[in-house]
Write a protein that binds this ligand. Structure first.
Ligand code: NAP
Length: 435
């Protein structure tokens, strides 16, 4: 019977667990580890709180989690509570599905100023990730700058721009809702170092900016390339660029209190501050040459009381596992790291693609394991881990425990919201143990 350990309970992890069930049926025993007492990784802590239909995919993972052969092992940090070498000795195969929880650093002067935040922190804050619940961003200023032109930049700009009523039905956490209620933001500038043809924003997400109650997008018509050039774009990007053209045709925002301005060909150079807090950002105009942003030497300054950098993510290295520093992911060849150790999802590819992209990843790695790994009788798997956890006094949270946390969160939900998330680990553990 193959004994599989999956580290990380986000989409990649649960797709791999589902694939293991398909591959081996009753034969497999799969333990899904998470450092948090709650499952689903990016679905809970990354997907925007006003995108509940995307979050609904967790029901599929729940169906996998509830089978007898799959077990959730929450509140266990692999690399700290148990080492990779220990897991590899216990299980036939260990799959790292740890995602990419850290920000790529914004490597410019002033990046350490107060209220200059990375998207991992800012998104984690409004989604109630315990690590970032205490972030307390200052949204009192009139000007916010969001760096990057991907879907995370869109999420951040939209959350900053929405009025309170637009959070109806979302699971944005109470502390974020309360802070945003008092916001002073009038202008959110989204900075892109390249042009409209190089944005990473998908049409569905970009289209939402055009339908906000209290904010309107602003695009300079002069920034858009000749319309004929759109024909060369792949269809998704062409749709996004068509939306930018529609936004440009609407002209300047005259009737909504918040403007979301697209500033293309604008590369951040330096953050300016006063008393340790950010007050502005110096930007260099660029030109795109052979797809790359090249500085023109022309600079200008934008006021900014809050800066959120949404320029991509990195995985967390784990002791004993080779890591590619530049790419910020585990060194691997098609998911294979070393005999018995594999990786999938963002930990394998880096932070790109949709949630569904992880499905073929999860299924692919299980096919590979089925072909490459011969289950060994000597592996203790689950029983071995339980003995180790007891010896170390680990407070393991099971899926049944998680469902108690979930029930508590559902009971605490404000009107119309699916849940009020717990934002600290101690409360989660207390709810898990029914106290
Ligand atoms: P992304 O799509 O890779 O976008 C990153 C952006 O940051 C790019 O515009 C990039 O510009 C810019 N950037 C990188 N380094 C920069 C620098 N030093 N200075 C200025 N700009 C810089 O990453 P993401 O937005 O973090 O999204 C990660 C993944 O999650 C994507 O696959 C995304 O589609 C997905 N996601 C999906 C949804 C959804 O479907 N609703 C929501 C959120 C995230 P260049 O192109 O010039 O490098």
């Amino acid at each position: 019977m193959p004994q599989i350990a999956i580290v990380g309970s986000g989409p990649a992890g649960y797709y791999a667990a589902e694939a293991a069930l398909k591959q081996w049926g009753e034969e497999a025993q799969v333990d899904v580890f998470d450092r948090l007492p709650v499952p689903y990784g990016l679905i809970r802590s990354g997907v925007a709180p006003d995108h509940q239909s995307i979050k609904a995919v967790s029901r599929r993972y729940e169906a996998t989690a509830l089978t007898d052969n799959v077990r959730f092992v929450g509140n266990v940090s692999v690399g700290a509570d148990v080492s990779i070498a220990e897991l590899m000795a216990l299980y036939d195969a260990v799959i790292l599905a740890t995602g990419a929880p850290h920000d790529r650093t914004l490597d410019i002067e002033g990046a350490g100023l107060g209220n200059v935040l990375g998207s991992a922190a800012f998104v984690g804050w409004y989604n109630g990730h315990p690590e970032f619940a205490a972030l307390a961003p200052d949204v009192g200023g009139k000007h916010a700058v969001v760096i990057g032109m991907g879907n995370v930049a869109l999420d951040v700009a939209r959350i900053l721009a929405k009025c309170e009523a637009e959070f109806q039905g979302s699971d944005i956490v109470a502390h974020a809702l309360e802070t945003l209620r008092g916001k002073g933001i009038e202008r959110i500038t989204i900075l892109g170092r390249r042009g409209p043809h190089q944005i990473m924003m998908t049409p569905k997400e970009l289209g939402e900016l055009g339908r906000l109650a209290c904010a309107a997008p602003e695009v300079e018509a002069g920034d858009l390339p000749e319309i004929g050039e759109d024909a060369l774009l792949e269809p998704g990007l062409r749709k996004s660029v068509t939306l930018l053209r529609e936004f440009a045709a609407r002209g300047a925002n005259a009737d909504k209190p918040i403007t979301i301005a697209f500033d293309f060909f604008a590369s951040p150079k330096r953050l300016l501050g006063e008393d340790g807090r950010v007050t502005g950002i110096e930007v260099e105009r660029t030109a795109v040459e052979a797809g790359r942003a090249v500085g023109t030497g022309e600079t200008y300054t934008l006021p900014a009381g809050l800066v959120v950098s949404c320029i991509g993510y990195r995985s967390s290295p784990i002791a004993g596992v080779p890591f590619e520093e530049r790419e910020g992911r585990f060194a691997n060849e098609g998911g294979f790291i070393m005999p018995g150790l594999y990786c999938i999802g963002w930990a394998r590819r880096g932070p790109s693609g949709t949630i569904g992209t992880n499905r073929p990843d999860g299924f692919g790695v299980i096919e590979r394991i089925a072909a490459e790994v011969r289950p060994e009788r000597a592996r203790q798997g689950r029983a071995g881990f339980d003995a180790l956890a007891a010896e170390r006094g680990l407070d393991v949270v099971t899926f049944r425990d998680w469902r108690k946390i979930e029930a508590t969160e559902i009971a605490a939900a404000r009107d119309g919201s699916p849940r009020e998330k717990m934002v600290d680990i101690a409360s989660m553990i207390a709810a898990a143990h029914g106290s």
